[in-house]
Write a protein that binds this ligand. Structure first.
Ligand SMILES: [Zn+2]
Length: 595
């Protein structure tokens, strides 16, 4: 007896060490500012959720934006955990991943530009800016001075520019941006492009960039999907459509003019050795030939992560219960003092709670004063933060689903149906990951009996939204496609040790600022539209929503752990119960006529 008590004592110390170590510096929510990585257990508890979420929402994940390295880091973490837990891959080619076509585009260093046979120094005097597509070839193209970028009053005509290398002076007062620029390169909004028929457009704004910045133009860090070709703006109602112009514009977009950036010295070489300052628009120069080696490679910056635990019932294991969350967030931005931001957001939230959740006016915002004295006692130096960590959005959902996977993987008897775990990418980019999955499902959609979507279950305190509190959880769309599924949610909840307060108010439009169209704003909608019954779980928005202050240390872990345990039980119950029928109140897809 004494030895077992000793053992139990030791075990709890070992288990709690990571937490104990940081317990001294806890915030007003009782959370430490740091939690060290440690092995998790099969139980769903505060400790494990903290260990996972403090990693997944750490600054090093760079806000996990789709198309950026941060998303790869987040999806690598999830896949490594699935492997560690012995959960089977259900992505492409026997992997955990379903890779979306996010491409990294660049011009290879072997690219060359020459005038009258004399090469310009690549990455020094001239750099080509990668766009969406390979540019048209440049062969014996005459040079012409085209005027100033963005100022059509100074520019030559489209006819003068056609087939030529057009040199543009930079827009006055505009600082040249270093590094890779968003595709399309040229400054200013895409208007009717008078230089669309040019062989190339070369802007004289490279002198201000360091050689590292010049090289970085073709060291892309952002991968993008191939955007559809946009034709010219639609002709006004009733006006004759110039289909030839439309076709020409689409051809130009498919095979665009190269966008070059050059130094003043290079400009002079292109214009026959005459410094650009003394020349007027229309001045001509030598003949340009170029071989621009454009490459676009598939990146790992936009991946769905998918795993499966096969069902235990031979008759039902071919069917799936899907539970998912989104693995991405909105990346990083300019640095701010995160504690004053947090203090300000708390003030804003407190005001909204007192004012029927209205958005305050500028005047009201102007009256907010943030007292930083207490914060400065703890953090004398401002903690600058540029990362949108997305701890709640949707780190909480992603790590909650991972905990559900770990718990089900440890069950001696698995649910009868198979359980599919999906972490969608690109939710913040327009639900692109779930849209891609339902178009390219790795298991047949007809065999998915229900999809449980989890997006933001880490907050929901009384200080975050009206009705918030320890038991609060928003349930959205659970009765829309299938009354059976809606009922199952209630039945499973009623069996909880301490049932949650299921709140259905978001099933209907609500006038609170920021709460528009919740049903249509997360990944479940793409499944519902394919006739898969869905249930969406959400604990509400809050002052730190899409802010740099959406951090792991502000999560409500006891509440979060209860909801995650409930989601595990729900997934198991749907996996063992009768298949939910499409007998809902507002099906997203009209039931198919029985043929
Ligand atoms: Zn989200």
């Amino acid at each position: 007896m004494r030895s077992t008590r000793l053992l139990a004592g030791l075990l709890s110390v070992l288990l709690l060490t990571p937490l104990l170590l940081s317990a001294q510096g806890v915030n007003r929510y009782g959370n430490p500012s740091r939690v060290r990585p440690a092995p998790t257990t099969s139980a769903i508890n505060i400790r494990d959720l903290q260990i996972r979420l403090y990693q997944f929402a750490d600054d090093s994940m760079q806000g996990r934006q789709v198309g950026r390295y941060g998303n790869k880091k987040g999806t690598d973490y999830i896949a490594a955990e699935l492997k560690r837990l012995g959960i089977q891959p259900a992505g492409e080619n026997g992997t955990y991943f379903q890779t979306l076509p996010y491409l990294l585009r660049r011009f290879e260093p072997s690219s060359r530009v020459a005038v009258n046979g004399n090469p310009l120094a690549w990455n020094d005097e001239v750099v080509a800016v990668p766009g969406q597509r390979a540019p048209r070839p440049i062969q014996d193209a005459p040079v012409i001075l085209g005027g100033t970028a963005g100022d059509t009053t100074t520019q030559i005509t489209a006819a003068q520019a056609a087939g030529k290398v057009v040199i543009l002076l930079p827009a006055p007062g505009r600082r040249a941006a270093g590094g890779p620029v968003a595709f399309g390169g040229r400054m200013g909004a895409p208007g009717p492009d008078r230089f669309a028929d040019a062989a190339a457009v070369a802007t004289v704004d490279l002198d201000e960039l360091t050689s590292a910045q010049r090289r970085a133009i073709n060291e892309p860090t952002v991968a993008t999907q191939l955007a559809a070709v946009r034709g010219p703006a639609a002709a006004p109602q009733g006006a004759a459509v110039d289909s030839l112009a439309m076709l020409k514009a689409q051809m130009a977009a498919l095979n665009p003019a190269a966008q070059l950036r050059i130094t003043r010295a290079a400009a002079a070489k292109l214009l026959g050795g005459v410094p650009i300052e003394g020349l007027a628009a229309g001045a001509t120069g030598g003949l340009v030939n170029a071989s621009l080696h454009f490459t676009s490679v598939q990146s790992e910056f936009g991946r769905n992560v998918i795993g499966v635990i096969p069902g235990s019932d031979p008759a039902l294991r071919h069917e799936y219960v899907a539970i998912g969350a989104h693995n991405d967030h909105v990346g990083f931005t300019t640095p701010v003092d995160k504690d004053s931001l947090k203090a300000f957001n708390d003030l804003l939230m407190a005001w909204m709670l007192k004012n029927e959740m209205r958005q305050p006016t500028i005047e009201v915002l102007g009256q907010f004063t943030v007292n930083m004295d207490s914060v400065r006692k703890v953090h004398p130096v401002a903690r600058l933060d540029s990362i949108n960590n997305g701890a709640d959005d949707d780190g909480s959902g992603s790590m909650g689903v991972l905990e559900v996977a770990e718990a089900i993987a440890a069950l001696p008897v698995k649910p009868k149906r198979s359980t599919l775990f999906i972490w969608h990418t690109g939710e913040e980019g327009g639900l692109v990951g779930s849209a891609y999955f339902v178009r390219h499902p790795t298991v047949s959609l007809d065999l998915i009996v229900a999809t449980i979507n989890v997006d933001m279950i880490g907050r929901g305190r009384a200080e975050d939204l009206p009705g918030g509190g320890d038991d609060f959880v928003g349930v959205i769309g659970s009765y829309f496609d299938s009354k059976d599924l809606g009922d199952q949610v209630k039945t499973t909840n009623a069996k909880q040790g301490k049932p949650l307060a299921l709140d259905y108010k978001f099933d209907d439009p609500i006038a609170w600022a920021g709460y528009n169209n919740l049903y249509g704003r997360s990944d479940h909608i793409n499944y519902a539209r394919q006739g898969v019954p869905i249930a969406f779980f959400f604990t509400g928005l809050h002052g730190d929503y899409h802010q740099r202050s959406d951090e792991a240390e502000f999560i409500d872990y006891p509440h979060y752990a209860r909801i995650t345990n409930f989601l595990k039980d729900l997934t198991v119950d749907v996996g063992n119960g009768p298949r939910p029928k499409l007998n809902g109140t507002k099906p997203a897809r009209a039931p198919r006529p029985i043929s």
